[in-house]
Ligand binder design. Structure first.
Ligand code: NAP
Length: 637
C-alpha cells in the first residue's frame, strides 16, 4: 500500500465528518428515513440524536417528513441538540422538477420539518415526472436538469438550502451538470456498499470535489426490492466481522467511512440505531480492508440502475400493458403479471350456508364483502402486486372486493387501484375500500386532514368505510407506547367522523378495537351509529359478549387478523359465525388460498368443539392501557 494512502486511511480512523465543497461539514453517519413508518420514525429520530447522530436523511417522497419535523422540534426544544448542530438533508421529488415548482417543494419540506433551512437539498433522481403523477414509466416527461438546477441554485443563494446536490446521478450526468452549474453540486447520494462500491463514480467525484454519500449502505436488507442478504451475509463481510468482534452492519458502515464517504443506514430499532453509529473508535486493518476490493460487484437495487435512466424507463413504458410500476420510496418496481399468476380459480359451488352470503348488510344499507384483503405489514414493494392480483382473482367469482388500508402504504395501494381502474379490471363502485384514522389523529381537528391525506394517497373521492382505529390517542408522530398516550375525546372525534359521513367522504363510519364498554358509551352519544366494529376475532378469541352486543345494536362485527393455522379453517369458522374476515396476504398463492373458503364448511360437531376452545386474547397492545383513558387493563381491551 502506498504510504500516503495508509496515512490518509489512518487519519480517517476518526472521521466523524467530511468537508463539502461549500466549506460546511457533513456528518459521516446519518440516519436514513426511507420505509420508516410515520408511527415509528419520531421515536427513531429522537433516539438517534440522543445516541449521537447529527445527520438525518429525509425526502418528501418518504411521506414522513411531518413526523420527522415533530421529532426534530422535540429534540431541539428539549435541548438534546441545537438546530445548528444538526445536518438535515431533503430531496426534490421527480414531479417537482419544473423550476417554478422547486421553491414550492422546498417550502413544503421546510414546513413539515419545522425548520427555516435544510443543510443539503438534493435532486432525488435525474428523472422528471408529470406533476402530481405516480413514479411510473408512463409518467416520465423529458427533464431539463440545467433549468431545475438553476432553481436549486436560487435556493442556495437564498440560504434556504445551505448546500445543494444530486442523487442517483451517474458520472456522465454529473459531468453534464458540472458543465452548466454556477454552484457545483456538493454531494451525489447513490447506492453504495461493499457489493456495489461505485469505483468509477467515486473517482469522478473525488476529482471534482463532490462528496459521495452512500444510501442503502447495509444493502437495504428489509426491502423487497433488493437481493436479500447480499451485503450483510457476504463472506468477506462476515469474516471481517468475526475477526473484529463487530456486527456485519458495523463492518460495512465502517468500511464506508474508511473509504471516505458518508453512510446513511436506516433503522427504527433502538439497539440497531445505537450499534450503527458505533464505528468511530476502531477501524478495519489494511489486510482485511484490502479483501473488500476483491468483492464481485452487483447493484443490489433491482431496478435502481434502470430507473435512473430515462431511456430504460421509456422502454418499460413500451411494455406497460404487462407492467405495473409504482414507487417504493426510491426505486421503480416492475411487476410482470403473467397470466398464470392471475389465472382464475376453478368455478365455485354456491355458498353452503344461506346466511353466509358473499356480503353482509351494514346499518347504512350498504353491503360489506365477506372477505377483504388486509395490507398491514405488507411491504411497499409487493402490496401493489397483491392488490392487483387479489382484485383480479376475486373478480372472477364474486365481483366484489374490499380492502383494509392502514396508515402506511396507501400511496402504493392508490397507484395499484388507479391501474386497475384504468385497465378496466374493476370499477370504483364495485370495490369496498376501508381505511382508518390513526391514533395520532384521534382528535376532531385532525380528522378532516387525515381522511384527505388518505384519499389523496389512494387517489379516491370517497371511502366505503372509515374507522377510528382504536379508542386511543397518541401524541403526534410518536410510536404506540403508553408514555405517548393522550386523553382522547371519542364523542368529539366521532362528531368529526359524522361530518365526513355527511359530506360523503366516508360512505360508512365505524370503529375498531372497541370493547363492549367503549362501544356502549359511543352508542349513547352518536347521531350516526357506527356501522362496523373491526376487532381481532378467531376461534381462540371468539368475542362472544361483543358479538352479542353488536348483533343487538346493529353494528357489524368485522374481523381483522384471523391468522390462526390452518388459515382456511379459521377463516371459514369466522364466516360460519356470520362475520366478515380480513386475512392479510401479499402472496398470490395465499391470497387464493384464503379465498378458498366458500365451497366447503366446518361440520356442526366440529363447530361445536371449537366453541369449547379456551379463550385467549392475542393482541398485546400495552400502549392502549392508560390510567385515565384508553383501557384500564389488557383484558379490558
Ligand atoms: P439500509 O440502510 O441499507 O438498510 C435498512 C434496513 O436494514 C432496514 O430494514 C433496517 O431494519 C435494517 N437494519 C438497520 N440496521 C441494521 C443492523 N445493524 N443489522 C441488520 N439490519 C439492520 O437501506 P435503505 O433504507 O435502503 O437506505 C438507507 C437510507 O438511504 C434510506 O433510509 C434513505 O434515507 C436513503 N436512500 C436514498 C435513496 C435515494 O434515491 N437517494 C434510495 C434509497 C435509500 P430496522 O429499521 O428494523 O433496523
Amino acid at each position: 500500500m502506498h504510504a500516503a494512502e495508509g496515512q490518509r486511511r489512518h487519519s480517517r480512523k476518526m472521521a466523524r465528518h467530511f468537508v463539502l465543497n461549500t466549506g460546511a461539514t457533513i456528518p459521516s453517519v446519518g440516519l436514513g428515513t426511507w420505509q420508516a413508518d410515520p408511527g415509528v420514525i419520531g421515536d427513531a429520530i429522537y433516539t438517534s440524536v440522543k445516541a449521537g447522530y447529527r445527520h438525518i436523511d429525509c425526502a418528501q417522497a418518504y411521506r414522513n417528513e411531518k413526523e420527522v419535523g415533530f421529532a426534530l422540534k422535540k429534540v431541539i426544544d428539549e435541548g438534546v441538540a441545537k438546530r445548528e448542530d444538526l445536518f438535515i438533508t431533503s430531496k426534490l421529488w421527480c414531479t417537482n422538477h419544473a423550476p417554478e415548482d422547486v421553491p414550492v417543494a422546498l417550502e413544503g419540506t421546510l414546513n413539515d420539518l419545522q425548520t427555516d433551512y435544510v443543510d443539503l437539498y438534493l435532486i432525488h433522481w435525474p428523472l422528471r415526472m408529470k406533476k402530481g403523477a405516480g413514479f411510473s414509466a408512463e409518467n416520465v416527461i423529458p427533464s431539463d436538469i440545467p433549468a431545475t438546477w438553476a432553481a436549486m441554485e436560487r435556493l442556495f443563494d437564498a440560504g434556504k438550502a445551505r448546500a445543494i446536490g444530486v442523487s442517483n446521478f451517474s458520472s456522465k450526468k454529473l459531468a453534464d451538470l458540472l458543465a452548466v452549474a454556477r454552484v457545483p453540486p456538493a454531494v451525489d447520494q447513490v447506492e453504495c456498499h461493499p457489493v456495489w462500491q461505485q469505483g468509477k463514480l467515486r473517482a469522478f467525484c473525488e476529482a471534482n470535489g463532490i462528496h459521495l454519500s452512500a444510501y442503502s449502505p447495509l444493502g437495504s436488507p428489509g426491502s423487497t426490492m433488493v437481493k436479500a442478504g447480499a451485503v450483510l451475509e457476504h463472506p468477506v463481510v462476515v469474516a471481517a466481522a468475526e475477526k473484529l468482534g463487530k456486527t456485519p452492519a458495523q463492518v460495512v458502515l465502517r468500511w464506508g467511512v474508511q473509504k471516505g464517504h458518508s453512510v446513511l443506514p436506516k433503522s427504527t430499532n433502538e439497539e440497531r440505531i445505537k450499534a450503527n453509529i458505533d464505528v468511530y473508535d476502531w477501524s478495519i486493518p489494511d489486510d482485511l480492508f484490502a479483501k473488500f476490493s476483491e468483492i464481485e460487484q452487483a447493484s443490489s437495487t433491482t431496478t435502481a440502475a434502470s430507473a435512473s435512466d430515462v431511456q430504460k424507463l421509456e422502454t418499460l413504458a413500451a411494455v406497460r400493458d404487462n407492467v405495473l410500476t409504482f414507487p417504493a420510496g426510491d426505486c421503480v418496481i416492475c411487476s410482470l403479471f403473467s397470466p398464470s399468476r392471475l389465472s382464475s380459480p376453478t368455478s365455485r359451488r354456491s355458498l353452503f350456508w344461506g346466511s353466509m352470503a358473499g356480503s353482509f348488510a351494514l346499518n347504512t344499507g350498504a353491503s360489506i364483502p365477506a372477505i377483504g384483503l388486509g395490507t398491514w405489514h405488507a411491504q411497499p414493494g409487493v402490496v401493489g402486486d397483491a392488490i392487483y392480483a387479489a382484485v383480479k382473482v376475486v373478480l372472477f367469482f364474486q365481483g366484489w372486493h374490499r380492502f383494509f388500508t392502514p396508515f402506511c402504504l396507501l400511496f402504493q395501494v392508490g397507484l395499484a387501484l388507479t391501474k386497475l381502474f384504468q385497465d378496466g379490471v374493476v370499477k370504483r363502485e364495485d370495490l369496498f375500500i376501508t381505511s382508518k384514522l390513526w391514533y395520532c389523529n384521534n382528535a376532531p381537528e385532525y380528522v378532516p386532514e387525515a381522511i384527505q391525506t388518505t384519499l389523496d394517497d389512494l387517489q379516491l373521492e370517497y371511502l366505503d368505510l372509515y374507522l377510528i382505529h382504536g379508542p386511543i390517542r397518541l401524541k403526534k408522530g410518536t410510536a404506540p407506547l403508553s408514555e405517548n398516550s393522550l386523553p382522547c375525546d371519542i364523542p368529539a372525534t366521532w362528531a368529526a367522523m359524522e361530518k365526513l359521513h355527511e359530506a360523503g367522504k366516508a360512505r360508512a363510519i365505524g370503529v375498531s378495537n372497541f370493547s363492549c364498554r367503549k362501544l356502549e358509551s359511543l352508542l349513547a352519544v352518536t347521531r350516526v351509529p357506527p356501522a362496523v366494529n373491526q376487532v381481532a376475532c378467531h376461534p381462540g378469541w371468539q368475542q362472544a359478549k361483543l358479538r352479542d352486543l353488536c348483533k343487538s345494536t346493529g353494528v357489524h362485527l368485522s374481523v381483522a387478523e384471523p391468522q390462526r393455522t390452518p388459515a382456511q379453517v379459521a377463516l371459514r369458522w369466522g364466516l360460519q359465525m356470520g362475520q366478515s374476515v380480513l386475512p392479510k396476504s401479499t402472496d398470490v398463492a395465499r391470497i387464493k388460498e384464503n379465498l378458498d373458503v366458500f365451497d366447503w364448511c366446518i361440520p356442526e360437531e366440529l363447530m361445536a368443539e371449537m366453541l369449547e376452545i379456551e379463550q385467549v386474547k392475542l393482541l398485546r397492545a400495552e400502549f392502549g392501557v392508560h390510567p385515565v383513558d384508553g383501557y384500564k387493563s389488557l383484558e379490558d381491551l
